[in-house]
Design a protein around this ligand. Sequence first.
Ligand SMILES: Nc1ncnc2c1ncn2[C@@H]1O[C@H](COP(=O)(O)OP(=O)(O)OP(=O)(O)O)[C@@H](O)[C@H]1O
Ligand SMILES: [Mg+2]
Length: 300
Amino acid sequence: MPLLETNLPNKLYQGKVRDTYDMGDGMLLMVATDRISAFDVVLPNGVPDKGRVLSQMSKFWFDQTGQIVPNHFIALADDPEGLGDLVNHPIIKTLPPEIARQATVIKRAERIDVECVVRAYLTGSALVDYNQTGTIFGIPVPPGLVDGSKLPELLFTPTTKAEVGHDEPMTIDEVSAMVGADLAVKLRDLSFAIFQYAHDVAAERGIIIADTKFEFGIRDREVILIDEVLTPDSSRFWEGTQYAPGKSQPNYDKQFVRDWLLTQPWDRTPPAPALPDDIIEKTRERYLEAYRRLTGQALP
Ligand SMILES: Nc1ncnc2c1ncn2[C@@H]1O[C@H](COP(=O)(O)OP(=O)(O)OP(=O)(O)O)[C@@H](O)[C@H]1O
Ligand SMILES: [Mg+2]
């Protein structure tokens, strides 16, 4: 059964996918549910195992990128070794196993309200903008690029974190105006460094990370990496062997869901239509496969 809703005490925030609880002492419990969103709308069905994949994959990357930038990760909520004394924390002690297995204990941070998007390949909203303007959100790029073209260099294309509706592109100057020039440059450089590291790890496993989104926060006056990291929900993963520019690439995210929704008479406002079982199963298999390919192991 997919985990669609959680109702523990001290709920702080319910996002499209994650439910966040205050554990006190500057810690949060973040439950990655099995909810799935498309076109910014949460769908009525869940995808079994999706929350576990998101939690475990973020941990995989947090473990490896800690030398580049500190992060919010403390422990998976079902990992006694990682938790240490926190096993006796009232929330953890009473946490049902079906929630614990897809939840993470994290350090609470003051969120920086910028989505730090890094792109190595042209697709999605950047492609739409390129076809209209010949630039990528104002950044000059060569002519003649097509869907899936590798960009000459990594691009930083930040967006707002909209409370409702879609996130809007921001220029680096707009980020500077919001958070200060030094922090803006730091966010960009950290985003590039994490992306480049992960891109190289994934490439060895035959996966192309086309683009991704990072979030950062401030904790003890230090910039830390927060939220989820390099998951199929926050990134585009492409199959290396099938990569060919000039078309949309076979990938590891919600493509089946989006493609199916596009065949439906639906105006992209809630409620979304329920997904057929085979679309759910194919999507579940894609999430599990992404985990296997990137980590080299089956989901524990
Ligand atoms: N360490 C942290 N401290 C504080 N907030 C965090 C931390 N890590 C992640 N968050 C926030 O928790 C929320 C996670 O929920 P989720 O991603 O499901 O929301 P969402 O629907 O995508 O909405 P949003 O646009 O706010 O991300 C996000 O708002 C994210 O910014
Ligand atoms: Mg989010």
